[in-house]
Design a binder for this molecule. Structure first.
Ligand code: SF4
Ligand code: SF4
Length: 380
């Protein structure tokens, strides 16, 4: 495993890291074993944006006795209310949620205290001009958080974060689909001469990466696999499949990027990601894949990130979308898939079309419409 300096934090993080959001899908022991297995492969950074007690406990138990071997990204503003994730700047929610995180992860500190998920100017103002940011600074001054980070999907908010001077690193969504210009552009032209510069990348995003490099603000990457869609030609915005090594290489070749945090369900998936370290240049080459691919826009496609929560009807929107995407690829809905869908609890049929979720979706997914389609497809 290679380790890279995470910007001005100075932390040496593994190029291949661990995004924790799938941990809660599995039995506790199975997920703890996955973290231990990743550690054996040299992985040393893990993100915990998740507010739910199960995910946090899994990470805490896995790191018990190994806490100093890991760098944890712990999020401030990710709260758990009535059994659901709620992004909040309300200090009555924020403080107990972060204290809960500290308690469950253990050690009494957080390596990277992440200002959780700011994508809009409105949320920026709510976070940066209120006692929320005072709380972040006070945690930093007391050494409870060792470094200040921020997570976002929006290059404009990321740029603002870098310009504050006190944000030392950002967690940012990067993959070839997110980085491309709008669908009307010619992909072959965009990728021409890529290795010499950043042609082909949306200018605002390119400027962000360069700014991060200049200001020594490190980047850790989320959504590097586009929720798995880039492994499947049917779902890839490019109409072609990538391999983990190609996507990891893409992320790690952006300026200022130190680590890509991948989600894992199995040890084999960890092996596939870590195999990047010994992959040949040909195995890592993503450009040739994209250069001959038809171009599509990623907007409107669900990456199963879960940021649209909470839903007043308690629908697990990300999972409904995932099952829907899997089901529409089949000539007939498999019974096993239908059973998983029905086991979710409230199904898409419970959707009342309030659209309150849609403003929280970073990808402009028309969620209410998709819920209606899913309800029609599954019949409930
Ligand atoms: S539109 Fe449907 S899925 Fe979205 S929050 Fe409202 S009820 Fe939930
Ligand atoms: S609908 Fe949007 S916010 Fe919700 S899981 Fe999908 S991509 Fe994420």
């Amino acid at each position: 495993m290679n380790y890279r300096r995470l910007g001005k934090t100075g932390l040496m993080v593994s190029e291949v890291g661990f995004g924790g959001e799938w941990l809660e899908r599995h039995e506790e022991k199975e997920s703890i074993d996955l973290i231990h297995y990743a550690q054996e492969q040299g992985v040393n950074i893990i993100d915990c944006w998740m507010p739910d007690p199960k995910s946090r406990d899994i990470i805490g138990k896995a790191l018990k006795g190994n806490r100093d071997k890991w760098f944890v990204q712990g999020h401030i503003g990710s709260t758990w209310q009535n059994g659901q994730y709620v992004r909040s700047r309300d200090m009555a929610q924020v403080k107990p949620a972060f204290e809960d995180l500290l308690r469950r992860i253990g050690g009494g500190y957080m390596d990277l205290g992440m200002i959780h998920y700011i994508d809009s100017q409105e949320d920026w103002d709510l976070s940066m001009n209120t006692e929320f940011i005072d709380y972040v600074h006070s945690l930093h001054e007391k050494g409870v958080i060792r470094h200040i980070g921020l997570s976002t999907h929006n290059p404009r908010m990321a740029k603002r974060a870098v310009e504050t001077g006190f944000v030392e690193m950002i967690l940012f969504s990067i993959n070839p689909a997110f980085d491309m210009k709008p669908a009307s552009e010619d992909l072959n032209t965009m990728f021409a001469g890529y290795e010499q510069g950043l042609q082909g990348i949306d200018p605002e995003r390119a400027a962000l990466y360069q700014l991060c490099e200049e200001r020594d603000v490190g980047i850790t990457v989320m959504k590097g696999f586009f929720g798995g869609a880039l492994f499947d030609p049917a779902r890839s915005p490019f109409g072609v499949a990538f391999t983990p090594a190609q996507l990891i290489h893409y992320a790690l070749t952006r300026p200022a990027v130190s680590s890509i945090l991948c989600g894992y369900d199995t040890k084999e998936q960890i092996d596939a990601a870590v195999a990047y370290e010994t992959a040949s240049p040909e195995e890592r080459d993503y450009a040739s894949v994209i250069a001959s691919a038809p171009l599509h826009s990623y907007r409107g496609q669900c990456t199963y990130c879960g940021h649209c929560k909470p839903c007043p009807m308690e629908i697990d929107i990300a999972m409904v979308n995932k099952f829907y995407d899997l089901a529409v690829q089949q000539p007939q809905v498999p019974e096993s898939l239908r059973a998983h869908y029905q086991a979710l609890g409230p199904t898409a049929a419970s959707c009342i079309g309030c659209q309150s979720c849609e403003s929280r979706c970073p990808f402009e997914v028309k969620i209410a419409e998709r819920m209606a389609k899913a309800a029609a497809l599954f019949g409930c």
